[in-house]
Design a binder for this molecule. Structure first.
Ligand SMILES: Nc1nc2c(ncn2[C@@H]2O[C@H](COP(=O)(O)OP(=O)(O)OP(=O)(O)O)[C@@H](O)[C@H]2O)c(=O)[nH]1
Ligand SMILES: [Mg+2]
Length: 331
């Protein structure tokens, strides 16, 4: 598992030295950022695609987190998702909308960026910085509030990491995780809660359903399937796992599939952390083996029936390449 930070701002190299920084549009933007120009940022991805392709190629799953409202995140994200799709790499996408106080212009730009994601990515989760800091106390300093916002995004990534890499007793194997994302493709809701102490299971269950922050009950009617990831230390109790999973199942219509994965992690000793991906769609059968979208061979009508063939190297070039090569198209 590896991480890559992408920005058009040269300072990313300084703050992200541990995370394979990729600076896009270095010549055009002169390492200063895109200044809100998402179209230019999208082009920069095309120009500087090699390091991105290197990061994407061969991955079983690409998890992408992008702050929307500026130029680089908003513009680069769709371009990166297209790169992943062209390489048949499934994607789990978290977008973060700006704080309302950042102004209406940024909010509008973020909304436009969300619209541009239509049809891209395997599973998309929309978060907002305001929701992420909803439980921060009024006296929280700016760094504290930002740390709180980031901790939820980190929790999401760390959930995926734990589910795939940590020893566990009730774990989804990576193939089942991919299959789950394939079934739940499209927009999804996300909720996360962490608590310590004797009543941690009840606290976590309440926060997952009611908030503060991204919570599930308000969306219960449009959830068709869910993935519940539970992590804790060696003191994690079976009853606590059951309480977390049961709280989620309890607000969903009977029969809604809820898949559970539990991973133990020494750094979470004493804590209970639960993250939920709640899917707005749940396909009857999964479609894995490509970017998660499903793969199909298309029967093309014989459009060149009355036309003389163009034989080159034993092939008729009037036939589309995918037919001649017997390729399966990802849709
Ligand atoms: N939680 C959190 N949100 C962030 C962070 N960085 C940026 N954001 C949010 O993401 C939005 C866009 O990020 P920016 O850094 O301003 O923009 P950019 O994508 O770099 O684009 P340009 O600078 O215009 O090229 C911001 O308005 C913030 O709301 C971060 O470290 N944590
Ligand atoms: Mg920037």
């Amino acid at each position: 598992m590896s991480a890559t930070v992408v920005d058009s701002d040269g300072r990313v190299s300084a703050v992200a030295s541990a995370a394979n920084p990729v600076v896009i549009g270095g010549v055009h933007f002169r390492l200063l950022g895109s200044g809100g120009d998402s179209a230019a940022a999208a082009m920069a991805v095309e120009e500087d695609r090699l390091p991105l392709v290197k990061a994407i190629d061969g991955a079983a799953l690409l998890v992408v987190v992008a702050g929307l409202g500026g130029g680089t995140g908003s513009g680069a994200l769709p371009a990166v998702l297209r790169l992943a799709a062209s390489r048949s790499v499934p994607t789990l996408v978290f977008t973060v909308a700006p704080f309302r106080i950042e102004g209406v212009e940024r909010l509008k730009s973020a909304a436009a960026a969300v619209r541009a994601l239509e049809g891209l990515g395997t599973v998309r989760v929309r978060l907002s910085n305001d929701d992420l800091v909803a439980d921060a106390p009024e006296c929280a300093t700016l760094p504290e509030a930002m740390a709180r916002a980031d901790s939820v995004a980190v929790a999401a990534l760390s959930l995926i990491w734990s589910l795939c890499a940590r020893p566990a007793y009730l774990r989804l194997d990576p193939a089942t995780l991919l299959e789950t994302l394939s079934r739940g493709r499209g927009d999804a809701h996300f909720a996360f809660a962490r608590a310590e102490g004797a009543d941690r299971a009840a606290v976590v269950a309440h926060r997952l359903l009611e908030g503060p922050g991204p919570a599930l009950r308000v969306h219960a009617d449009d959830i068709r399937g869910a993935l519940v990831g539970v992590t804790g230390g060696t003191d994690l109790r079976l009853a606590e796992v059951g309480a977390a999973a049961g709280a989620v199942s309890g607000i969903l219509p009977t029969g809604t599939p809820v898949r559970l994965s539990v991973a133990l992690d020494a750094v979470r000793e004493g804590a209970l952390e639960v993250a939920v991906l709640a899917f707005r769609d749940w396909a009857e059968s999964s479609a894995t083996g490509d970017e998660g979208a499903g793969s199909t061979s298309i029967h093309a009508p014989d459009r060149f029936a009355g036309v003389a063939a163009t034989p080159i190297g034993g092939e008729n070039l009037d036939d589309p390449t995918w037919l001649r090569r017997n390729l399966r198209l990802a849709l």
